[in-house]
Design a protein around this ligand. Structure first.
Ligand code: NAP
Length: 355
């Protein structure tokens, strides 16, 4: 069964039952066990066309399958060397099954070499077998599917900003401060000597964000002008042009770098004024590019080791406040998706779903 959404109307959803097919030579069948759903997946849908997110898991014309992160079991290895019954972590369709063409198989995992995925960023085509995955702990499976891809991005943001010495600034301002990506970034940035972390969030979420204790200071979006206009970098996870203008307008040249990371406020009106913002022009931060850069610097194994080391204290901390909401079957998947699409999800909740 597949969960599909209309590419031109993300509120229109349907479930499609596919017919069972025999595996072709070189193919293996994975049974998708469960997956996490957060606003990150909504952003995949919003940028489905522009960033090719629809291309990973094709659907009928006009429809798309929003990629998700989760776990699957190898149900049939076909003529491949994939160990049947092994458990894989990675990028899946919101479906009950996925047929892959596993290549570069070793004890750590494999790559899906399906022809339609060949031109897509390789970071999304690799699957890790959990038995050899350093960060994997059975008790944190749900946290892993919800938080790991976001934490990984935030690790790279923290590494990037730290490597640049925060562009000479002492403060990192993070928007959509209640999001899991922002909280991961704040958790890591707060550990850096001499770095203050300021969270920007919706007024009704200020208290929740403050109580988590990872930001030095939290303000609602309307209160940006109350911040001291000292040298700062902006990590923009909301992607809201009005908030971005307020930050750039208030900090001006004191803003030393402006990184566009997310677009949680996907329905906020775009800035069509065509005017350049005060301060540095925003630069898009695309995690796979930084994975490639750090893999070249350190080697992929060393990168994975460093992220796994940073992950452990984070997941212990997040395990203390993240409330897992489990759902099974089409209704649960659709209602969690629509709740996230409309921004109605309590940020303390993480949806773990299964078809
Ligand atoms: N560039 C990359 O490589 C990369 C990698 C990972 C994630 N990201 C991006 O980071 C962002 C955060 O993802 P996440 O999964 O961490 O989010 P999340 O935890 O689900 O975030 C929830 C928060 O996002 C805001 N929000 C969500 N939907 C909204 C809506 N419809 N309208 C207004 N606000 C809404 C609210 O925060 P506030 O009230 O605090 O604004 C809400 O509390 C996504 O856009 C994601 O794509 C980018």
């Amino acid at each position: 069964m597949d969960f599909e959404v209309r590419r031109d109307d993300l509120h229109a959803c349907r479930f499609v039952e596919g017919a069972a097919h025999a595996l072709d030579p070189g193919q293996a069948l994975l049974e998708v066990d469960s997956f996490g759903l957060t606003t990150n997946n909504i952003t995949y849908a919003v940028f489905g066309e522009a960033m090719s997110y629809w291309s990973f898991f094709p659907a009928e014309d006009g429809w798309g399958r929003v990629p998700v992160w989760g776990f699957a079991n190898v149900a049939a290895a076909g003529d491949t060397d994939l160990p049947e019954g092994s458990r894989a972590f990675g990028y899946f369709p919101p479906s009950s099954e996925l047929v892959v063409v596993p290549e570069r198989i070793d004890e750590r995992g494999f790559v899906d070499a399906s022809p339609h995925r060949a031109s897509l960023p390789s970071a999304y085509n690799s699957y890790a077998l959990v038995d050899a995955l350093p960060l994997y702990e059975k008790r944190f499976e749900e946290q892993q599917m919800l938080l790991w891809p976001l934490f990984f991005t935030s690790f790279l943001i923290d590494d990037f900003l730290g490597g640049e010495d925060l562009f000479g600034a002492g403060t990192a301002i993070v928007s959509s401060a209640s999001s899991k990506t922002a909280l991961s970034a704040a958790f890591l940035l707060a550990r850096r000597e001499g770095v203050g972390v300021v969270g920007l969030t919706s007024p009704n979420r200020v208290q929740f964000v403050e109580d988590l204790g990872v930001y030095d200071h939290v303000v609602g979006y309307p209160d940006v002008p109350s911040l001291p206009a000292a040298p700062a970098v902006y990590v923009d996870i909301a992607g809201d042009s009005a908030v971005r203008s307020a930050v750039h307008g208030h900090f001006g040249d004191e803003l030393r770098h402006s990184a566009v990371v997310g677009a949680t406020h996907w329905e906020a009106p775009a800035d069509e004024s065509g005017e350049a913002l005060p301060g540095p022009q925003p630069e898009f931060f695309f995690a796979p590019d930084h994975v490639r850069r750090r893999s070249a610097d350190w080697g992929r194994e060393e990168l994975d080791r460093r992220v796994a080391e940073a992950w452990k204290p984070f997941v212990e901390w997040a395990g203390g406040w993240l409330k897992i909401k489990r759902g099974k079957g089409p209704d649960a998947v659709q209602s969690a998706y629509l709740e996230l699409l409309d921004g109605r999800t309590n940020p303390a909740v993480g949806h773990v779903l299964s078809l």
